[in-house]
Design a binder for this molecule. Structure first.
Ligand code: UD1
Ligand code: CA
Length: 465
C-alpha cells in the first residue's frame, strides 16, 4: 500500500498559554510530537509529512534532528485542521491511503493505527473514535438512527442535543488519498470558529457516497489530546501509572506506583525495589536485586546486580553512561556524572562527586570528595575531603591511584600524577609529583609549636571604664 502520513503540528495551542509550540511540550520527557512520530515510524510509510506553522523553526529543527526522512510543510497562517491538510496536498501521491494524525494526541499506538488502516481497506473513510465520560472540547460523531456515521460536529458548533453525544473523534483518520485531496480542497470555513475543519470531510464523504467506518479505540489513554497544562499533567500521570503497572506486573516492587517517573526506558531484572519519588531518564538498566532508595534521580546508567543506591543520589550518565558494579553502594547524597564507571563492591558515600573516572573493585570514597578524570585501583581508600585537581585552567589531566593505595583526608592530587600501588598519602598533603609505591608520602608544612609565644591582647587604656 502506498501510505502517506500527515501529522498536524501547526496550531498555536492557545490554551497552553505558552511561548513554546504546543507539540514541543513534553510528556514523559519527550515532546508530544516525538511520541506521535515514534508511533507513525512503526508503519514505515514512504511519505510522512509534518505540518508546521506556529513556532515552525523550532518544530522543524526538532523533526529534522529526530526523523530526518520526515518532510515538513508550512501552514501560514493557521486556519484550521482542514487548511493544514490542504498544505500537504501537493506533497501527497495520487494513489494509496493517507493517514492523518494530530500532533497533540501523543499516545496513539502503532498497532491501533494499523487496525484503522485495515478498516480503511484503501477505499473507505475510517475514523478512530472513542466513548468519553466527558466529551467537552471534542468533535462529536453524529450517527443516523441506523448507526451509520453522518458527520462530525465540533464542540463549539454542537446543538444542545449533540452536546450529549459521548462518542468523539480522536483526531486520527485514514482515507483514500485521491478522494481526500479533493475533499479537503473543497472545504469551507462557515462555522463557529471561522476555520477550515478537517472533520467536515466526513459529511462530504457521505454526500459523495464514500462509506464511512468508525473504529472504536479500546484505550482512552491512547487518544486523549493535550490542549491545556491540566490535560498535559493528567496524561502524564496516566502514562506514568501505566508504566508503573507494567513494571509491577514484571515483578518490580514499587513502594508507591503513584510516586515514580520514567522519562525514557527503564529495564529491570528480578527482585528490584524502588522507593518513592525516583526519576529515571534516558536508558536505565537495573540488575537483579538492585535497591533504589527514595528521592533518587538516575539518567543513562547501568546499575548491576545487588547494588544499592541510597537516598538523594544523583546519577547522570548523559553523554557517557554511568556504570555501577555489582554490590556497589552509592549515597546517600552522592553524585555520579558522565563516564563514572564503578567496579564491584565499591563504596561511594555522602557528598562524593565522581566524573569520568574508573574505580576498580573494592575502592572506597566515603565522604566529601571529588574524583574527576581518574583511574582508581582495587581497594584504594580515598579519604574524606580529598580531591583530584584535574583542571589546570586550560586542560584536563588524569590522576592514577594504583591498587591498595590509601589517600588520607583532605589531600589534593594535582594531575597529571600517579600514586603507586600500596602507597600511603599523609592527610592534608598536596601531591604534585608521583608518589612511589609502598611508601608514605607526606607533603604539608611541618607542624611547629612556639612555647614563648603569647596571644596579643588589647591595651587596657582602650578599654571602656
Ligand atoms: C480536533 C478535531 C476534533 C477532535 C480533536 C481530537 C478538527 C476541526 N477538530 O479538535 O474533532 O475531537 O482534534 O483531539 O479537526 N493544527 C494545525 N493547523 C491548524 C490548526 C490545528 O496544524 O490550523 C494542528 C494542531 O497543532 C493540533 C491538531 O491540528 O496538533 C489539532 O488541532 P486543535 O486545534 O487542537 O484541534 P481540536 O480543537 O483539539
Ligand atoms: Ca487538540
Amino acid at each position: 500500500m502506498n501510505l502517506a502520513i500527515v501529522i498536524m503540528a501547526a496550531g498555536k495551542g492557545m490554551r497552553m498559554q505558552s511561548s513554546r509550540p504546543k507539540v514541543l511540550h513534553t510528556l514523559a520527557g519527550m515532546p508530544l510530537l516525538g511520541h506521535v512520530m515514534q508511533a507513525s515510524a512503526t508503519l514505515q510509510a514512504p511519505h510522512t509529512i509534518v505540518i508546521t506553522g506556529h513556532g515552525a523553526d523550532e518544530v522543524e529543527s526538532y523533526v529534522n534532528a529526530q526523523h530526518p526522512q520526515v518532510r515538513c510543510v508550512r501552514q501560514i497562517p493557521q486556519q484550521g485542521t482542514g487548511h493544514a491538510v490542504q498544505q500537504a496536498v501537493p506533497a501527497l501521491p495520487d494513489e494509496g491511503v493517507t493517514l492523518i494524525l494530530n500532533g497533540d494526541v501523543p499516545l496513539v499506538r502503532g498497532d491501533t493505527v494499523a487496525a484503522l488502516l485495515q478498516a480503511c481497506q484503501g477505499q473507505h473513510l475510517a475514523l478512530l473514535t472513542l466513548e468519553l465520560g466527558d466529551a467537552t472540547g471534542y468533535g462529536r460523531i453524529v450517527r443516523r438512527a441506523d448507526g451509520c456515521i453522518q458527520g462530525i460536529v465540533e464542540h463549539k458548533d454542537t446543538s444542545v442535543e449533540q452536546r450529549r453525544i459521548r462518542e468523539v473523534y480522536t483526531g486520527v483518520m485514514a482515507a483514500p488519498t485521491r478522494w481526500l485531496k479533493q475533499a479537503v480542497m473543497g472545504l469551507n470555513n462557515h462555522n463557529a470558529q471561522g476555520e477550515y475543519y478537517l472533520t467536515d470531510v466526513v459529511a462530504r464523504a457521505v454526500a459523495d457516497g464514500l462509506s464511512v467506518v468508525g473504529l472504536q479505540a479500546t484505550d482512552e489513554i491512547e487518544v486523549l489530546g493535550v490542549n491545556s497544562p491540566a490535560q498535559l499533567a493528567d496524561l502524564e500521570r496516566r502514562y506514568q501509572a501505566r508504566q508503573a503497572w507494567a513494571l509491577m506486573e514484571a515483578g518490580v516492587r514499587l513502594r508507591d506506583p503513584a510516586r515514580l517517573d520514567i522519562r525514557g526506558q527503564l529495564s529491570c531484572e528480578p527482585d528490584v525495589e524502588i522507593d518513592i519519588n525516583c526519576i529515571f531518564e534516558g536508558r536505565v538498566h537495573l540488575g537483579q536485586g538492585v535497591r533504589v532508595s527514595a528521592h533518587c534521580f538516575i539518567r543513562d546508567a547501568v546499575i548491576e546486580a545487588g547494588a544499592v543506591i541510597y537516598p538523594y543520589t544523583h546519577i547522570d550518565g548523559q553523554g557517557e553512561p554511568v556504570r555501577v558494579g555489582q554490590r556497589t553502594l552509592v549515597g546517600p547524597y552522592a553524585r555520579l556524572r558522565s563516564g563514572a564507571d564503578l567496579g564491584a563492591e565499591v563504596h561511594i558515600g555522602n557528598f562524593v562527586e565522581v566524573k569520568n573516572s574508573h574505580l576498580d573493585d573494592g575502592a572506597k570514597a566515603n565522604h566529601l570528595a571529588y574524583l574527576g578524570d581518574s583511574t582508581i585501583g582495587k581497594r584504594v581508600n580515598f579519604g574524606a575531603g580529598g580531591i583530584t585537581a584535574n583542571f589546570d585552567g586550560a586542560h584536563k589531566h588524569r590522576t592514577v591511584i594504583e591498587d591498595d593505595a590509601h589517600v588520607g583526608s583532605n589531600c589534593v592530587l594535582v594531575a597529571p600524577v600517579t600514586v603507586g600501588a600500596g602507597a600511603t598519602i599523609g592527610a592534608g598533603s598536596t601531591i604534585g609529583k608521583d608518589a612511589p609505591a609502598g611508601q608514605l608520602t607526606v607533603a604539608r608544612a611541618k607542624q611547629v609549636s612556639l612555647p614563648a609565644w603569647t596571644r596579643p591582647s588589647k591595651s587596657k587604656s582602650k578599654l571602656r571604664p
